[in-house]
Write a protein that binds this ligand. Structure first.
Ligand code: ADP
Ligand code: MG
Ligand code: ZN
Length: 493
């Protein structure tokens, strides 16, 4: 039997507000504050304290909800979700349940199969829990509790079960990350756990309209983990069904090292949490004027950016999409184009700059694991290099220069001048080098004339070497062809 995969994603994004969701403690990371340095009686769960809703968090949540084309609820309610865990000092998490901040949105994703619309079920506000560190030392095991993260605003974005392939699930997760980044509400830094994914995965016989029983895989913090864990579950579930068994609805963890999911608990139901409206918080009322103010303040989103880059700069779809997938990359590109246009009257083609970015620069980012914000070079310096690669230096040299720029932060101009890398285009000079190489390799020339045509490439390489790699390849080619033809004519006489 053929099976269809069904995936729905729950995404938790911390909101990069100045202070926490319900108190004025600063939102910090482990570098800027030691354990439990950013806490107060409210986020530490002391009795008798009163939470206050953070307006900036609400506005950040609205930005995301509007970017996802959701309807913002005029009134939403904060509820207590009761459970015990050492990282949750109050014994309940404040979240939104029956009346979320926003509902009924959509996100258009793009895969190798084209565009698809994934419906967004709801977007709601809640608070993050603290962090536990489990330690074993001298044979004793214990856990440390750090409440700095307790009370940090979290936005949960829940999709409908609309994804049908692993590629779609990954594209959705990536598109969502790009959106929260472009809205400046979340850095998208997955290593720091500021955005985390939960995959709900089920399978069903191809053509069936009813959903199969699903499992929920918690706390996935990379696209790779999302893809691998979902693939693992799809395989497991199909095997179970094929063997005549039934999929058990449960909550799973993902062991990245072993490449396996493991059972955490059987599926909990909403009533297990005894949700009820938090009596300490008023209903969150959002006036239409506020919604409109936020709506008009939204920046250009990745999909619109792709179309604009395509049209404004004549880029192909793939390059436009690659650049627009991250606002900081697109900004870098547009600044480099502006610099190049300033530096030269007619400017170099934006397409050439896009090629150098998506090829060489992205390659370097991938390899080094760095983000565009960590680039040691400016758009102006990058533009200068691409400009130089149009004639002043040849392509292999330009790539080497870029490598040096990226590792040292030096400008292209400095490296080229310091190392005397300017491309040699002087045809007399190159003619002399060709003559020298042919004269020094009489036997090879004879073999060439006797029919071993591939030796032309070898001669080319020898001349380039004599020119320390700096000869203009077109000039070299023309001159070598000319001299080889002469030699042939002489031989025929
Ligand atoms: P809960 O809040 O208990 O986790 P929900 O019914 O609200 O459950 O669904 C949570 C997520 O699971 C949503 O993203 C939804 O799209 C997805 N989902 C629900 N049923 C299925 C299913 N059968 N297969 C895959 N995903 C599902
Ligand atoms: Mg869930
Ligand atoms: Zn606090």
């Amino acid at each position: 039997m053929n099976y269809e995969t069904v995936i729905g994603l729950e995404v938790h994004a911390e909101l990069a507000t100045r202070s926490k969701m319900f108190c004025d403690c600063a939102v910090v990371d482990s570098v800027s504050a030691g354990p439990n340095e950013a806490i107060c009686p409210v986020c530490a769960g002391m009795p008798g304290v009163l939470p206050v809703i953070n307006a900036q968090a609400v506005e950040f949540g609205m930005r995301v909800a509007l970017a996802l084309e959701c309807e913002i609820a005029p009134t939403s309610i904060f509820a207590r979700k009761n459970y015990f865990y050492p990282d949750l000092p109050k014994g309940y998490q404040i979240s939104q349940f029956e009346y979320p901040l926003a509902e009924h949105g959509r996100l258009v994703i793009r895969t190798s199969q084209g565009e698809r619309v994934i419906r967004i079920r709801r977007v709601h506000l809640e608070e993050d829990a603290g962090k536990l560190t489990h330690i074993t030392k001298d044979g004793v095991s214990y856990s440390l509790v750090d409440l700095n993260r307790a009370g940090v605003p979290l936005l949960e974005i829940v999709s409908e079960p609309d994804m049908r392939t692993l590629e779609e699930a990954k594209a959705y997760a990536q598109a969502l990350r790009a959106i929260v980044r472009s809205l400046r509400v979340n850095s998208g830094d997955m290593e720091k756990g500021v955005i985390r994914f939960e995959a709900n995965v089920s399978v069903r016989p191809m053509g069936s309209e009813v959903l199969g029983t699903r499992v929920e895989i918690k706390n996935l913090n990379s696209f790779r983990a999302l893809e691998r864990s979902s693939a693992y579950q799809v395989e497991q579930q199909i095997a179970t069904l094929e063997a005549g068994g039934k999929v058990v609805q449960e909550t799973l963890g993902w062991d990245d090292t072993r490449g396996e999911t493991y059972s955490q608990r059987s599926k909990e139901e909403a009533h297990d949490y005894r949700y009820f409206p938090d009596p300490d918080l008023p209903p969150l009322v959002i006036e239409p004027e506020w919604v409109e103010r936020v709506r008009v303040s939204l920046p250009e989103l990745p999909r619109a950016k792709t179309l604009r880059l395509e049209q404004q700069y004549g880029l192909n779809r793939a390059d436009a999409e690659a650049l627009a997938s991250d606002y900081a990359q697109a900004d870098f590109f547009e600044k480099a184009v502006a610099e190049a246009a300033v530096a030269e009257a007619d400017g170099i083609s934006p397409r050439v700059i896009a090629n150098w970015m998506t090829g060489e620069l992205f390659g370097w980012l991938n390899q080094s694991g760095k983000s565009i914000e960590q680039l040691p070079i400016t758009p102006a310096s990058f533009a200068e290099l691409v400009q130089a690669a149009q004639g002043e230096i040849n392509q292999p040299t330009a790539k080497a220069v870029l490598g040096e720029m990226l590792s040292t932060g030096k400008t292209a101009g400095n490296i080229i001048r310091e190392r005397g890398l300017q491309q040699v285009s002087d045809s007399d000079l190159i003619a002399g080098l060709v003559r020298g190489v042919l004269a020094a390799n009489v036997q090879a020339l004879k073999n060439y004339l006797a029919g071993k045509e591939t030796l032309a490439n070898w001669f080319f390489g020898q001349v380039m070497r004599a020119a320390k790699g700096q000869a203009n390849p077109q000039v070299l080619h023309a001159e070598l062809d000319r001299q080889l033809a002469e030699a042939r004519a002489r031989g025929a006489e």
